[in-house]
Design a protein around this ligand. Structure first.
Ligand SMILES: [Zn+2]
Length: 340
């Protein structure tokens, strides 16, 4: 086998029939997905095993997945935990610590301690589950930095206090990050996860590690099979341009803009036909210039989280190269008008 090996991180929120559809998968469909992994000899490993390899720059094992859950929901304790325990499979639960134990919707610290004793990793999803890149009204950059640092650090301290230990991994609320948030996470020593699709990749950025989210309209087994078999798009470098001549450092754009994503391709990706798609736009513009892929939305981006997905057939049956870039789109004045 040639090229980078791949490990896929799976993300769920609720495992339940009675919670909001957009963030839920039914216990039956969850079970069917786990059956697929088992029958097809996937290795389910602790997420920390993968992050340790990333930290050391070691190659990732192929056909390996790690399972994660966000948001402290009690359905993880009620429905997912017993099913995964029965299979002897590890998983990681990212908890927003201020919500734990506050209502019937959320787990309690006792439940988390029980899970932890049985091999579940309890990890940081901040205290308050705020949109980290957003500044509050009249907040200076340094005040914002201080607030975000506290929201991450206090959650870590709370997990250590309640569970006894907390690994240096972080899941961004709503999967939202920008270069400033990444810098803070890096400075604090975290490997940090988004919610954009894609594959763990030893050459990828350690503060925007992708996960494949399953829930809402993405719970079909066929979609799951395609995604757990994806491979990272071989790339040397990722950059962003506001127009063909002007590089931009951040992934925050204003409504009405159409940023370029530039992937400097590596290895086998250079010869592949790559297709890119944008959220709610279908296929977008793709140009290849000197082994660089330039992708741009056809229509101006609307406020919210928007993604460009680029995929190509890898040449190996049933396996696609995948890269997703997330953009955070403000309103025309640079303000945040979308809610979730
Ligand atoms: Zn969350």
């Amino acid at each position: 086998m040639s090229g980078a090996q791949a490990a896929v991180v799976i993300l769920y929120h609720h495992v339940s029939d009675s919670t909001p559809k957009s963030t839920s998968i039914s216990p039956e469909r969850f079970e069917a997905q786990m059956d697929y992994l088992e029958k097809n000899n996937f290795k389910v490993v602790p997420l920390l095993e993968l992050t340790e390899k990333l930290r050391k720059g070691e190659p990732l094992p192929d056909k390996t997945v790690a399972i994660s859950f966000d948001d402290s929901y009690v359905s993880v304790y009620d429905s997912a935990y017993p099913r995964l325990k029965k299979r002897g499979w590890p998983f990681t639960f990212f908890v927003n610590t201020d919500s734990v134990g506050t209502s019937k919707l959320f787990v309690s610290w006792d439940q988390l301690r029980e899970m932890s004793k049985n091999g579940v990793t309890i990890a940081n999803h901040t205290t308050k589950h705020n949109h980290l890149p957003r500044r509050e009204n009249n907040e200076s950059n340094s005040q914002w930095r201080e607030r975000i640092t506290v929201e991450i650090t206090r959650a870590q301290e709370k997990i250590v206090q309640e569970i006894g230990t907390a690994p240096k991994i972080l899941a961004y609320p709503f999967g939202e990050y920008d270069v400033d948030v990444q810098q803070i996470a890096k400075k604090l020593g975290y490997i940090a996860f988004g919610q954009q699709s894609g594959v763990l990749y030893e050459k990828g950025d350690l503060q925007s590690v992708p996960r494949f989210p399953f829930g809402g309209s993405f719970t079909e087994l066929d979609d799951f099979i395609m995604k757990v078999n994806t491979r990272p798009m071989p790339t040397k470098k990722v950059s962003f341009y506001s127009d063909k001549k002007t590089e931009q450092k951040n992934i925050i754009v204003k409504a009405g803009e159409k940023p370029w994503l530039v992937l400097e391709l590596d290895g086998a990706a250079i010869t592949k036909k790559i297709n890119c798609f944008a959220t709610e736009q279908g296929a977008i513009t793709v140009e290849m210039i000197d082994n660089k892929l330039w992708a741009q939305a056809k229509q101006a981006l609307a406020p919210g989280r928007t993604r460009y997905n680029c995929t190509a057939y890898s040449g190996e049956k049933g396996r696609f190269y995948w890269y997703t870039q997330q953009w955070l789109v403000t309103d025309k004045n640079g303000g945040w008008t979308y809610k979730d």
